[in-house]
Write a protein that binds this ligand. Structure first.
Ligand code: F6R
Length: 251
C-alpha cells in the first residue's frame, strides 16, 4: 500500500487526477470504477480541465460506479447518476451509454444486483477503482457488519452515514434515503488498482484504524490492506493520526 500525503484538498485532488490521467493515457479503453461524495469532486474538476485542454480523452473509457441510493429517481439532484453526470460525464468526451451506475429504482432489486455484478465481470472488472472513505470506514456503501459482502447488494445505511449525508438533504438525516445498492467488497477488491482519496481531520481516526488496525468487516476499508495495488492520497489532516501511530508515507 502506498500512502501519499498532500498539503490540502486541492493538492490531493490534483495528485489523484494525475494518477487517473496516467492510466487513461496508457490505456485509453480502460474501465474506471468511480465514486461519488465530496472527496472525488476536486479530482473530477481537474480531469474535466485536462480533458478540455486536450491532455486526455475519455472517448474510449467505460465506467462502473460503486453505488446508488434506493428509490431515488435519477432526475433527483442527489441521486448518484445525477451526481456523476453533473460532476464529470456531462463535461468530458465520454460516451454516456457506457457509463454505469446501479439502478436504485429497479423493482426487482435482487435481479438488479445480479445484473450489475455480471456487467462488471463482463467488462473484465475495473482497471482502477476510485474510493472515498466513510466516517465508519465504509467503502462504497459497505457498512460495518459481521462478514465482508462479496457482490452487489442492498444495504441499510448506518445512522452515522445518514448523519454525514444529511448535508445534501436540507441537513435532515430523515430525508436521506435509508437504503442503497452497492458493489460488494469482493467486487471492489477485484479491481486491478485501487485509489483512495481522503481529506479532513474528521477522517483522521478512521484512516488510522483502516490502514493500521486489524482487518475486520467492522471496519470495511481495512480489507484494503490485503489488496496488492492500493494508493491512498490524503491530506495532512486526514493522515494526522496515521502518522502519529507510526504509519509510513511515500516521499
Ligand atoms: C460514494 C461512496 C461512499 C463515499 C463515502 C465518503 O460513492 O461510495 O463510500 O465515498 O461516504 O463520502 P465523502 O467523500 O462525501 O466524505
Amino acid at each position: 500500500m502506498k500512502v501519499y500525503k498532500t498539503a490540502d484538498y486541492a493538492a490531493m485532488s490534483k495528485k489523484a487526477a494525475n494518477i487517473i490521467c496516467s492510466l487513461v493515457v496508457l490505456k485509453p479503453d480502460c474501465v474506471l470504477g468511480l465514486a461519488t461524495g465530496s472527496s472525488p469532486v476536486g479530482t473530477y474538476k481537474q480531469l474535466i480541465e485536462w480533458n478540455k485542454e486536450g491532455y486526455l480523452s475519455f472517448s474510449k473509457v467505460k465506467t462502473v460506479n460503486l453505488d446508488e441510493y434506493r428509490n431515488l429517481p435519477v432526475t433527483h439532484d442527489q441521486s448518484y447518476r445525477y451526481f456523476m453526470n453533473d460532476n464529470l460525464f456531462d463535461h468530458v468526451d465520454i460516451d454516456k451509454s457506457v457509463t454505469n451506475v446501479p439502478d436504485g429504482m429497479a423493482a426487482d432489486i435482487e435481479a438488479e444486483c445480479k445484473r450489475y455484478d455480471e456487467l462488471v465481470a463482463s467488462l473484465g472488472g475495473a482497471d482502477l477503482q476510485l474510493l472515498g472513505m466513510g466516517h465508519d470506514g465504509h467503502i462504497g456503501f459497505n457498512e460495518p457488519c459481521d462478514e465482508f459482502p462479496k457482490g452487489t447488494h442492498l444495504v441499510d445505511l448506518d445512522p452515522m452515514t445518514l448523519e454525514a449525508n444529511a448535508r445534501f438533504f436540507d441537513n435532515d438525516p430523515k430525508k436521506v434515503p435509508n437504503q442503497a445498492v452497492t458493489m460488494g467488497i469482493g467486487t471492489i477488491m477485484s479491481a486491478k488498482k485501487i485509489l483512495v482519496v481522503v481529506s479532513g481531520a474528521d477522517k483522521a481516526g478512521i484512516v488510522a484504524k483502516a490502514l493500521l488496525g486489524p482487518v475486520t468487516p467492522q471496519v470495511p476499508a481495512s480489507i484494503l490492506q490485503f489488496h496488492p495495488d492500493v494508493t491512498i492520497v490524503a491530506d495532512e489532516a486526514a493522515l494526522a493520526e496515521y502518522i502519529k501511530e507510526g504509519g509510513k508515507v511515500c516521499d
